[in-house]
Design a protein around this ligand. Structure first.
Ligand code: SF4
Length: 291
């Protein structure tokens, strides 16, 4: 008989949970609502909320919405230009930016306003919504580096102060390596300030999911295809357990994966809703009865 366990550490971080709750409250009280970008990188959850009246729009469409339209800003945050545009067009902003991201945006803004202005580097994914919001605090001046190699190739002035920040979802290990690199480049170590901005809601998950993957015969990693955090966590599962499978819905689960398996672990990314992991558990339990 198969035993199935859902990883209690998997699923939405508190920033995403809060944004979704806010969307549900607004939809319940006042009806239809627009969301600027996918509220979470998970199609199943986006579809569930769209049936409640949440419509995902892009930045181009923001320019064409009639005044008074209610627009939710998701947990990733937005650059100041978005707030300016919304005010100009008379849109009503419902701000669900995660408080951790707001604090990071403010820290970057404060550093940018220092006189003399330091060089600012952000370790993050170029073009990611959160990173666009961070770079926006510096009028587009901050340099973004995605990897250690890019950090090594970045052109900096070793005699001028440099401030280093990280996107909240980057790995602590990668950030430390990038910090060490810049430390070795500066004319004096005092010229470098490294801000501790990796969110612990995500950074602790890598080691806990590895433990979880080692404890089971078969792992089902439930995740939308667009989640970058999901791909990193799935690789960690696969590294510890070669019988790990990534699925985006119960329909993708195959009976043959469970031959000779006794325990099945179900886990997911920070963008995976609990209800989807539970639906996958139900599917495994149905399969178990037919084995
Ligand atoms: S990962 Fe952290 S900073 Fe990002 S939305 Fe979630 S709680 Fe907020």
């Amino acid at each position: 008989m198969l035993k199935v366990e859902i990883d209690s550490g998997s699923g939405f971080c508190f920033g995403v949970t809060t944004a979704i709750r806010k969307a549900e409250e607004e939809l319940g009280e006042k009806g239809a609502l627009c969301c600027l970008g996918d509220i979470v990188h998970n199609n199943a959850e986006v579809e569930r909320l769209s049936t409640l009246g949440l419509r995902t729009i892009g930045h181009k469409e923001l320019r064409t919405l009639p005044g008074g339209t209610r627009v939710l800003l998701r947990a990733h945050g937005e650059p100041p230009a978005t707030y300016t545009l919304a005010a100009e067009r008379g849109l009503e902003i419902i701000d669900a930016t995660c408080p951790v991201v707001i604090q990071l945006q403010r820290r970057i803004r404060r550093v940018y306003e220092e006189d003399p202005r330091p060089q600012i580097i952000i370790y993050g994914k170029r073009g990611h919504a959160e990173v666009l919001g961070l770079v926006g605090q510096t009028e587009g001046e901050a340099i973004v580096v995605e990897t250690l190699e890019e950090a090594q190739a970045a052109v900096i002035d070793k005699n001028r102060p440099l401030c280093l920040f990280s996107q909240t979802t980057k790995s602590l290990e990668g950030y430390r390596a990038v910090g060490e690199h810049f430390k070795s480049q500066m004319a004096s170590p005092d010229l470098l300030r490294v801000f501790d901005t990796v969110c612990r809601q995500v950074s602790g998950r890598l080691s806990s999911i590895e433990d979880f993957a080692s404890r089971h015969d078969v792992i089902l990693f439930v995740c939308g295809k667009k989640s970058s955090n999901g791909h990193a966590l799935y690789e960690a599962c696969l590294h510890k357990n070669s019988r790990s499978h990534m699925v985006d819905s119960p329909g993708a689960i195959r009976k043959e994966w469970f031959a000779n398996g006794e325990s099945v672990g179900i886990c997911g990314a920070t963008s995976t809703p609990l209800w989807l992991m539970e639906a996958c558990r139900d599917k495994v339990e149905t399969i178990a009865k037919s084995l």
